[in-house]
Design a protein around this ligand. Structure first.
Ligand SMILES: C[S@@+](CC[C@H](N)C(=O)[O-])C[C@H]1O[C@@H](n2cnc3c(N)ncnc32)[C@H](O)[C@@H]1O
Length: 401
């Protein structure tokens, strides 16, 4: 994936800003020399645009990206003294100009502007991730809701190795929060790979608290003097989980606060396309170099397994019609506690009630619901075989046909 710049990208680059602020000649929205908005097919894919993200997003076509991952300034408000350890040494904290805002209203205005710009470029079924800390995430959350986004989850990223609270006056700040939101309450069909995440979590539903280490070791970009290239480089594992959950291979992921390009590096590795926007040319250069060294995983590794819900429905009657289970045969649960007889119409009879595999499964256990496919078993070659195996066989035949 080449980092080729388009006309729009070049126009944006002409308006490069310094680390300390926006170009003096340009207002925040709509540069004077701004190109007319692009068409979707001209999207600047796999490119790092240098400039203010609001203007850059306003120059992109509406409804053109599948996912937004945003790691905006947190407005940490550290003050001029910075953060000191008990021995008075300075903590390497985020005191960069890009993280400073004059007031909460100024931060709120900025937040609303970039969230509105991001919402315009999102496809109707796209979702947005925003990461933040207690300093900003509540403000971001309320702006999101005011703008019409619909919050799907808040994820707690529990840090495996958080920085201690040096003054001992508060709890160790050991997590950050990611908000995951759809474009609106009635957005339909957003991507969520429920089954893949569950499969990777030893068949337990993936929860909203993620335990992931900070970005350290070889992954952390350092300059020749061994200093961090970026103060807030995010761990690739965090990005990988968000993109695996909410995007498909080939999807376009937009990151308006690209920094050193963690989103781009992970997107490329996972076979997704990216658009990065970063106003600091130094960070953008580091991101480009980093991404150039990333290899995309093989297509086979990236194939998304079909979700259970997307698989064709198979009635239990089809299993009987295919001769995989016989009418009159007795089924039982895995531990052999409950039995029922298969009827020729595809229902089960437990001697008292006749009903579907699900209904009789629930009834014999005294439960409100039951997945009959995984509950009932048939005796095959002296072993209990789950009837779901027969459904899988039928689905394989359907796929072949
Ligand atoms: C929290 S950092 C993102 C770090 C990134 N996730 C990474 O892993 O390297 C925020 C970045 O947004 C950039 N930034 C701040 N305001 C911006 C704006 N208005 N437009 C574009 N970039 C901006 C900063 O220069 C900084 O690199």
């Amino acid at each position: 994936m080449a980092s080729q710049r388009t006309v729009a990208a070049d126009a944006l680059a002409r308006n490069q800003v310094s680390r300390a602020g926006r170009p003096a000649s340009a207002p925040r929205m709509g540069y004077s020399a701004q190109p007319s908005p692009l068409r979707s097919k001209d999207l600047p894919l796999d490119t790092v645009l240098i400039g203010d993200c609001i203007a850059a997003m306003n120059a992109l076509p509406a409804s053109s990206v599948d996912c937004v991952f945003a790691d905006p300034p947190y407005n940490l408000q550290l003050g001029d003294a910075g953060l000191l350890r008990p021995d008075q040494s300075r903590v390497d904290a985020v005191d960069d100009d890009w993280d400073k805002f004059a007031s909460f209203p100024a931060y709120d205005a900025f937040t609303r502007e970039w969230l509105a710009a991001a919402r315009r470029v999102m496809k109707p079924n796209a979702t947005l991730w925003v990461i933040g800390s207690y300093h900003n995430i509540f403000r971001v959350g309320s702006a999101l809701q005011d703008l019409g986004y619909w919050i799907l989850n808040d994820i707690v990223w529990r840090k495996a190795n958080p920085m201690p609270n040096f003054r001992g006056k508060r709890f160790t700040n050991a997590h950050e929060t990611l908000i995951w939101a759809s474009r609106s309450a009635d957005s339909k069909g957003y991507t969520f790979h429920y089954d893949a995440l569950k499969g990777g979590n030893e068949d337990l539903q993936m929860r909203s608290d993620w335990f992931i280490p900070l970005c350290t070791g070889d992954e952390r970009l350092k300059d020749e003097e061994g200093r961090k290239v970026h103060p807030t480089q995010k761990p690739e594992a965090l990005l990988a989980r968000t993109l695996l959950a909410a995007t498909n291979p080939g999807d376009v992921v937009l990151d308006p606060f690209f920094g050193t390009g963690t989103t781009g590096a992970v997107a490329k590795r996972l076979g997704r396309r990216f658009i990065g926007i970063e106003r600091d040319p130094g960070y953008a250069a580091a991101a480009r170099e980093r991404i150039a060294g990333v290899e995309t995983l093989s297509q086979a590794a990236l194939l998304v397994a079909p979700t259970k819900r997307a698989e064709p429905r198979v009635p239990f009657l089809s299993v009987i019609e295919a001769g995989l289970v016989q009418a009159g045969e007795t089924l039982c649960d895995e531990r052999g506690r409950f039995r029922a007889t298969v009827r020729p119409d595809g229902q089960l009879d437990n001697g008292l009630v006749v009903g579907s595999i699900h209904k009789i499964g629930a009834l014999v256990q005294g439960l409100p619901a039951c997945n009959g496919w995984t509950f009932w078993h048939a005796e095959r070659g002296g072993r209990k075989t789950c009837i779901d195996a027969f459904r899988t066989e039928i689905r394989a035949t359907m796929a072949g046909a």
